[in-house]
Write a protein that binds this ligand. Structure first.
Ligand SMILES: Nc1ncnc2c1ncn2[C@@H]1O[C@H](COP(=O)(O)OP(=O)(O)O)[C@@H](O)[C@H]1O
Ligand SMILES: [Mg+2]
Length: 376
């Protein structure tokens, strides 16, 4: 029997917990011609949600779904290649006629074809020489999608990445090309919420008000617990609901950490999950990253390290520059704390949620609690 807790990509609806409301909200937006900006902390489940929705849409066969992850792109050229490959992947798995049609479309670009050395999947590179060629290619691809016999839904994951491209006016170019499409709808997804909120919420920006917002929150604790009980049961294992709830609390119901934890717990436990299995898993997830976490004090400045320890031990902090907090943990002056917070935020080691600064990596937070408990 295989492990029912997936920790990398999406597998199938059976291993995906809830998100029913979010799935139908997204679907309604697409089907009614509206683009959506999908936001959350990283590792909360945006990519999973998109894949889940696209899985269902594929079954319905009323649309084409194109998933584009631009996380690792650094230029508009790379963006275009990534988009071209995603489109190619979708249309190469349809009918022979559509496949031929797509091939003759891409031939116009005289692309260079390579094969992924690991998966063997064919990849194309359009070898775009300059900004004009890049823009023309994107326009052509979008026009190609606009002419399809079914609506095309494109999810661009980690969309904030486009602000890092050197290409002048790329944001405005993209917006003006997307604007007039009737057959193509978009999901713009990303973890760098402030950048996306600025892109879509500022009057001066090209994408101003061009999408609905969907903010992905934590899965409801009771629902997640029910899902976990069920997955253990389906694989002939027993676990107490109250034990699950305790772990969910411990992990702040943070999707990635929950999946990771229960993946390991499932693996080490027998037919009945015992308290000692849970303790062992807790110990395991903290020890597993020991070499990274214990190296943090070398990577960060003394103030930054002291501060992140203080934030973890305090269980988050609303006013990190308050006298009380600074004195309690001996953090120096409010201005050093302010700039240290900024650096930790830039490094994505802490985040702000509901006015509270917290440690991003839940396992790291727990590790600090264990390691530096004596400072309290
Ligand atoms: N609803 C869900 N049920 C089960 N696992 C999920 C769910 N949503 C996300 N995951 C898992 O949690 C991890 C983080 O989710 P991911 O979608 O990659 O987050 P994000 O895109 O927001 O960074 C992944 O391993 C994913 O498989
Ligand atoms: Mg993601």
């Amino acid at each position: 029997m295989h492990n029912p807790f997936y920790v990398s990509s999406y597998f199938s609806p059976n291993y995906f917990c809830d998100r029913e409301k979010e799935t139908s909200t997204l679907k309604d937006s697409l089907e009614n011609g509206r683009n959506t900006v999908l936001l959350s902390l990283r590792r909360m489940g945006k990519t999973g949600l998109i894949k889940h929705l696209f899985y269902k849409l594929k079954e319905e066969k009323n649309s084409y779904t194109v998933y584009v992850d631009i996380m690792s792109t650094h230029s508009a050229q790379e963006f275009t290649d990534t988009l071209a490959n995603a489109v190619m992947e979708v249309f190469s798995s349809t009918t022979k006629r559509m496949f031929d049609n797509m091939m003759s479309f891409f031939k116009k670009f005289s692309p260079v074809m390579t094969f992924d050395s690991i998966t063997g999947v064919p990849q194309i590179s359009l070898k775009l020489a300059d900004e004009q060629q890049t823009e023309n290619s994107i326009t052509a691809i979008l026009e190609y999608l606009e002419k399809q016999n079914k609506p095309v839904y494109i999810a661009i994951d980690e969309f904030q990445q486009i602000v890092n491209y050197e290409h002048k006016g790329f944001e405005a170019f993209l917006r003006s090309n997307i604007q007039h499409l009737n057959n193509v709808r978009f999901i713009f997804s990303g973890s760098q919420q402030q950048i996306l909120l600025n892109m879509f919420g500022k009057y001066s920006r090209p994408f101003y008000q061009s999408g609905d917002y969907l903010k992905l929150e934590r899965i409801e604790k009771e629902i997640y617990a029910g899902f976990i009980v069920e997955k253990f049961k389906e694989t002939k294992k027993d676990i107490l609901r109250e034990d699950i709830l305790e772990v969910l609390e411990w992990l702040d119901v943070y999707t990635f950490y929950v999946q990771n934890f229960f993946n390991k717990l499932w693996f080490i436990s027998g037919k009945t999950v015992k308290k000692k299995d849970i303790d062992k898993t807790k110990e395991y997830v903290l020890n597993e990253h020991e070499f990274i976490y214990s190296n943090m004090s070398n990577i960060l400045s003394a103030v930054q390290y002291k501060l992140i320890v203080a934030i973890a031990l305090n269980g988050g902090i609303e006013k990190p520059t308050s006298k009380e907090f600074i004195n309690k943990f001996g953090l120096g002056t409010p201005s050093t704390v302010s700039s240290a917070i900024k650096s930790l935020e830039d490094k994505e080691l802490v985040f702000k949620e509901n006015g509270k600064v917290r440690v991003y990596d839940i396992f790291f937070e727990k590790w600090i609690e264990e390691k530096h408990r004596h400072l309290l």
